[in-house]
Write a protein that binds this ligand. Structure first.
Ligand code: HAM
Length: 414
């Protein structure tokens, strides 16, 4: 779990602003749910035999009422729970988004944390594949807005639940025939969650995995048709993709099209964003049946790429207000508020100190202009202006003149 310090958090703010604009431009509305949910919600939705539920959830018993609670490991289940609880689908399909911390007790490594942050998008009540395509086109637009290239889309379809039952039976037979080659993890998964064996990163298993039966051979007609349509929509929109028949996802609620956006610049934890269709989930956790799909991106992983790829300017004050003298302390504080009323960002010097040391701080702050107030200026109701980023003389000005001059100097028109 990480502290995000000011030298880093300006990147988060840049990201958050970009994301808010982007989501608004597609008509998605924000939903905020608690970080705690009943453990059972995640067991039922993500699946009892998944890594997340088996070994990664932070759970505890609330001593006050005996409830089993969990810090949310992801956002989809909570979002669907809230939509059902507040009957949002009664008003029609919903386009929703959320962001916030998620918690998984994983082995910490580069790009994998125990508290991490996601932006998630869910479209509920839409049968697709038009809305699935919308999600992928949206993602491609966000990568462009963030100045990121080299993020590649991997796509697969899991078919309906009957297709997966048929496939699972064939896969288990195949894995059983080769059980001696399986490692401990895969032997455990063989009966609880055999599709996850295909996800193993163990190099010794890669040949066995390559030779495994393919889910594509068990797919139902309507999933094939929806997947073909989705691909046509992506081609129309100029979004390139690669079919990865081994992509199964680590959460049980998926059916139909699933995907991951991966970057070659992140090492082993290369997925920056992932999602897909989960048509059974709303009913499964107590709502009227409703088709749905969505995705979530890992903010930490994306910001590694943003940091590498582009210069994000951090916000620096327009003005550093230097003040010395008893009268000036009070006058300076009032001037700072008047400048802020005029829309300027002002760092007001606090804590006293010599004129020289205050000017050094003004310079280090990155501000374009120092506004200097001594007892002289305070008596006359004026200020002195010293541009800090260009060679120019200090001038005296009334507060109104100062506001005009500062705005010109920082390139602000109104
Ligand atoms: P997920 O694949 O578990 O899917 O997570 C989505 C993204 O969250 C990953 O691609 C990754 O970028 C980031 N992520 C996951 N775990 C960690 C971690 N320990 N540290 C850092 N980043 C991490 C879901 O969570 C689904 N709820 C996505 C979804 C939404 N499907 C439909 N709607």
């Amino acid at each position: 779990m990480n502290d995000i310090l000011p030298d880093e958090s300006y990147l988060w703010e840049f990201f958050e602003e970009t994301v808010r604009d982007w989501l608004g431009s597609y008509g998605y509305r924000n939903i905020r749910t608690p970080v705690l949910e009943q453990t059972d919600l995640f067991v039922r939705s993500i699946g009892a035999a998944t890594d997340i539920v088996e070994k990664e959830m932070y759970t505890f018993v609330d001593e006050l009422n005996g409830e089993n609670l969990a810090l949310r490991p992801e956002g989809t289940a909570a979002c669907v729970r809230a939509v059902i609880e507040h009957n949002l689908l009664y008003a029609g399909p919903q386009r929703l988004w959320y962001w916030g911390p998620m918690f998984r007790h994983e082995r910490p490594q580069k790009g994998r944390y125990r508290q991490f942050h996601q932006v998630g998008v869910e479209a509920l009540g839409f049968a697709g594949p038009d809305v699935d395509a919308e999600h992928l086109v949206m993602c491609a637009r966000l990568w462009r807005a963030l100045g990121l290239d080299g993020i590649e889309l991997e796509l697969n379809t899991l078919g309906d639940s009957d297709a997966r039952v048929r496939y699972r039976a064939r896969l288990v037979q195949y894995l059983q025939r080769n059980e001696a080659q399986l490692d401990g993890d895969s032997q455990r998964r063989l009966h609880s969650n055999p599709l996850r064996v295909l996800d193993s990163k163990n190099p010794a298993l890669q040949d066995l995995i390559a030779g495994a039966p393919r889910l594509a051979d068990d797919l139902d007609e309507s999933s094939i048709k929806a997947f073909d349509e989705l691909q046509a929509l992506l081609r129309d929109a100029g979004v390139s993709y690669r079919i990865n028949p081994r992509l199964v996802r680590g959460l049980d609620y998926y059916n139909g099209a699933v995907y991951e956006w991966v970057s070659g610049r992140l090492g082993a934890q290369n997925a920056v964003c992932a999602g897909g269709r989960y048509d059974g989930l709303v009913e499964q956790i107590g709502g009227k049946p409703a088709p749905a799909c969505g995705f979530a991106m890992g903010i930490e992983r994306l910001l590694v790429l943003v940091k590498d790829g582009s210069e994000v300017p951090s916000r620096v004050p327009d003005v550093y207000l230097v003040r010395q003298g008893e009268l000036a302390e009070r006058f300076g504080a009032r001037v700072a508020e008047v400048l802020r009323d005029a829309g300027l960002d002002v760092l007001l010097h606090c804590g006293g100190g010599s004129f020289k040391s205050q000017m050094r701080k003004a310079d280090a702050s990155g501000a374009r202009v120092a506004v200097i107030v001594g007892d002289d200026e305070s008596g006359a109701g004026v200020v002195s202006l010293k541009p800090l980023r260009e060679a120019a003389q200090q001038v005296r000005a009334s507060i109104d003149e100062a506001i005009d001059l500062i705005k010109k100097s920082v390139g602000r028109t109104s």
